[in-house]
Design a protein around this ligand. Sequence first.
Ligand SMILES: [Zn+2]
Ligand SMILES: [Zn+2]
Ligand SMILES: [Zn+2]
Length: 441
Amino acid sequence: MTDPVEEACLQPMVLEPIIYEAGTCENQELEVPVFDHVTEVTENPMIGFEGGIAPLKCTNCGSKRKEPKWKKVEDPNRRQSKRLVIKNFKLPFEELPLDCKLHIFSYLDIFEKGAVCMVSTQWRSLAYHSSSWSYINLRLFSLCSHQKQHIKCPRTCQPTDAYNRYMRRLSAFYKTLSQIKPNVRTFIMTADIDETKNEPSPWLRLIIKLLESFNRIRLTYIDIDWTVSPYRPSTLDRYCCLITKVRSSVRHHEDRLKQFLSLLKYLTKRLPGLLYLTMPFHWSNISLGLLCKFRHLQKLNLKHYFSFKPLPPQFLTVLLLCLPRLTDLTLAVVNATFQTRHVYRVRHPNLQSLDITHCTGFFIRDMDLPALKNFSVKRNPWQGYLVNPNFLPCLYDVLKRGAPELHVLNKCRLYPYWKEFLYLDLDAALKHACPCVKHAT
Ligand SMILES: [Zn+2]
Ligand SMILES: [Zn+2]
Ligand SMILES: [Zn+2]
């Protein structure tokens, strides 16, 4: 049998129980304790008076109490055992099963994990466990320690040196990750996949190497920006004249597109079950064909890549036909606005959210989106004047016909009667969105 006090002390997180004792009655000033059962109770500090044993009559004079007065006392036993409390105190975290601990660790970012490694060998092994790396965001790396603390770099911090150090840190991190073999769910990174003239690009090789080292069963969210390398100092690219600069940037652009296709090919082959995909996208027959292979996609965010590559309307139709589970679509397309042929028909049975705020020259003529709830659209300053507005239908009519379930337009909640009549606020909202004669001019 263990000592009851010790036993009580072992209960975690109950550090200072409040013990009450009966005071004196109104007739006599007596020292505590007054009642037998009260002394009984105070002997065991862990039992309060909730059990309905509050004294009602005085044992000395028999007078009734209106209200028992309680005062807080310090329990001598309790005080002694504080040492025991500290000695036997266990963090509730240690008591958790391994899965829960790993789940908690998976919320730490890269740097917090590094800090946590210094606590104990157990925590270190937890931080290095493959299951605590479900979220990997390589955009968290900063160029130098000054930037991380949001202070201005001193003169000694040369951008090229800092960049080289940053690259070394990244590659060291890659090595560690490939040893851990993480069970990744989310993978986020940014790197220009055509950074040097070497073939194939070192970044592309690194991305593929890294993805190969992962345990990819649960990898469902990918956000890769393959167009720029963060922090790359401009002094690394020196040109003798403007023509060389233009030529080399055109060549880089072509090379980058090749690398983009091989990246996309790799992703379709190795991660066919992807649910969320975010990346800049260059529209072509091949890239569209590859994108359509992600049959399970639910959220798709295609950003704009810098060239003026129009999105042919049939491309969008094919894409929406091939991705039946899509619920969220964000598009950024820049079409030349003097051509009125970029008028789109959007049809999808399950699409709930559509965002074309960053599109230019993207006009919707017809819509069949029975599940659409959230729609964001903006009339770019460019569009609306070069195009013949008579050619374009009013967005209000398009929405009324094609999106009966719409709740939110440009983050504003619609009134339930929006289909019956065009109220003032809605009309004002359409003035920033609709390309028709009435709203654009
Ligand atoms: Zn009394
Ligand atoms: Zn610095
Ligand atoms: Zn209109």
